[in-house]
Design a protein around this ligand. Structure first.
Ligand code: PRP
Length: 214
């Protein structure tokens, strides 16, 4: 197992972009696992093994060392606050975390804020000295202000289509999001040469904000 790198891969949107980045870096995965239900995928051509994880669980697998490295969005890293080593900004899956609501919303005392990211949301309002009630939701967050569950939401904006199509307004960006390469702290020491080599190879093809390679 010593020279096999176990990689926690986020299933879905980020996976496709991560694989594309790997390909551009010459790390070609010959089999397509996109529609597969397989959860542990050997990738012998890269001396890797992919763990196909729910994105929010990637930092957990890496912190506990069952994956040496992982690919995960900055949104999840901020929310989960796991003890992992953030190695590289991969520049993919670019979006932002924002405060969103109905455009004509009037401030009230102790507003309700719905989010899939309760820790991010409460930290944001706490830092501004605003008392809010956080309501954790697991998806379709934009529904909350539309049906009167919450006054504001804290959510990801990528193209802006969801907020536009639902007549919502983006009030403030909290932070920019891209996917990151993270490592388990022990694996980073024990498999340093391999992990460092991977960072060097990926670094050459990382897209910058305007889409131009570095
Ligand atoms: C995310 C996010 C927004 C949407 C933003 O939802 O929570 O709803 O994407 O993308 P846009 O700006 O390009 O419209 P996701 O698709 O992950 O589904 P969810 O509603 O289940 O969270």
């Amino acid at each position: 197992m010593q020279d096999i790198l176990r990689v926690a891969m986020p299933k879905g949107r980020i996976y496709k972009q991560a694989l594309k980045l790997f390909h551009e870096a010459g790390l070609v995965v010959t089999e397509d696992f996109d529609d597969s239900r397989k959860l542990i995928v050997p990738v012998p051509e890269l001396k890797m093994e992919f763990i196909m994880a729910k994105p929010v669980d990637v930092p957990t697998y890496v912190e506990y060392g069952v994956a040496d490295i992982g690919i995960v969005g900055k949104d999840v890293l901020m929310e989960e606050n796991r003890n992992v080593y953030e190695l590289l900004d991969l520049g993919i899956a670019r979006c932002r975390m924002s405060v969103i609501g109905l455009p004509d919303w009037q401030p009230v005392l102790n507003p309700r804020v719905a989010s899939k990211y309760p820790n991010v949301a409460s930290q944001y309002f706490r830092e501004r000295g605003q008392q809010v009630e956080i309501i954790k939701l697991n998806g379709s967050i934009e529904l909350a202000p539309l049906i009167g569950l919450a006054d504001r939401i804290v959510d990801m904006v990528e193209t802006g289509t969801t907020i536009k199509e639902n007549g919502l307004a983006e009030f403030e960006k909290i932070f920019d999001i891209t996917s990151r390469l993270v490592a388990n702290r022990v694996s980073y020491r024990l498999k340093n040469a391999r992990i460092q080599e991977l960072c060097d190879i990926l670094q050459r093809v990382i897209p910058t904000e305007g889409g131009v390679k570095r």
